[in-house]
Design a protein around this ligand. Structure first.
Ligand code: SAM
Length: 233
């Protein structure tokens, strides 16, 4: 039984739990395997208008989230634990990071909007910057949910079968490679154009050692073709 709590610093608290409130993660939330606390940064805004942003020093387009406002939102959290700022400039999120983060008890995720957040609050509170890929989203909330999904499914009991994650792409049993292709019934299938497709014979022969070898070969071939960078690791 794990008790991982996510503190989500956001201007859109109503976006949560969003997709992580469904399916496996949703059931785990109901079981209290994990919890979340969505903090509305706007509640800590300045003045009657609850301002959270201002123009960037040095000029340029857009607005920047204020350090004092973000800090007040952060300090409202009882146990911040590991602090992450979702950012395209960050270290790119991967399965190894998901595994590490699934061991934490508290994770605070700061979801940026506009041009981002005043650098001083990130430095002062030692936020680690994490990106979900080389593209720019309009806000950190979808990125936070993607990270949460990858982390939550690794919590004990969430996937049912504890071995599943090891056997998947990037898992220890797959040697960190991409996973082999899957097939299920019917064994013979005709697509909408009338072309027939059968299942690779080796998978229906009942020889487990041969199946395991075939899967390893497929895994290696796919990784060589699509992600040669993983082989170097
Ligand atoms: N001006 C920023 C830059 O060029 O790096 C982009 C700001 S983006 C429009 C607004 C917010 O979305 C960011 O502060 C961040 O929280 C989030 N975001 C955008 N792309 C992301 C990514 N690839 N990974 C994680 N968060 C992202």
């Amino acid at each position: 039984m794990s008790n991982l709590n996510f503190n989500l610093l956001t201007l859109f608290p109503e976006m949560f739990p969003g997709m992580v409130g469904q399916s496996l993660a949703g059931k785990a939330l109901e079981r209290r395997d994990w919890s979340y606390n969505a903090v509305n940064i706007r509640d800590f805004g300045d003045g009657a208008h609850k301002n959270v942003d201002d123009t960037p020093y040095g000029g340029g387009a857009g607005m920047v989230m204020r350090a004092d406002v973000v800090e007040a939102a952060l300090l409202s959290v009882p146990k911040s634990g590991k602090k992450i700022y979702l950012s395209p400039r960050g270290k790119v999120f991967n399965q190894a990071m998901a595994r590490e983060l699934s061991q934490e008890s508290n994770i605070t995720m700061l979801c940026g909007r506009y041009e981002g957040v005043d650098q001083r609050v990130l430095d002062a509170h030692e936020f680690e910057e994490v990106s979900i890929g080389d593209y720019v989203l309009s806000g950190g909330e979808p990125a936070a949910m993607i990270m949460m999904d990858a982390i939550i499914r690794l919590l004990p009991g969430v996937m049912g079968n504890e071995d599943t994650a090891d056997n998947e792409s990037f898992g220890s049993a797959t040697g960190g490679l991409l996973e082999y292709p899957h097939y299920t019934r019917p064994a013979q299938w005709k697509d909408a154009n009338g072309s027939a497709h059968s299942v690779p014979e080796i998978l229906t022969g009942g020889d487990h050692a041969k199946v395991a070898r075939w899967r390893q070969e497929q895994s290696l071939a796919l990784t060589t073709l699509r992600r040669p960078d993983l082989l170097k690791k």
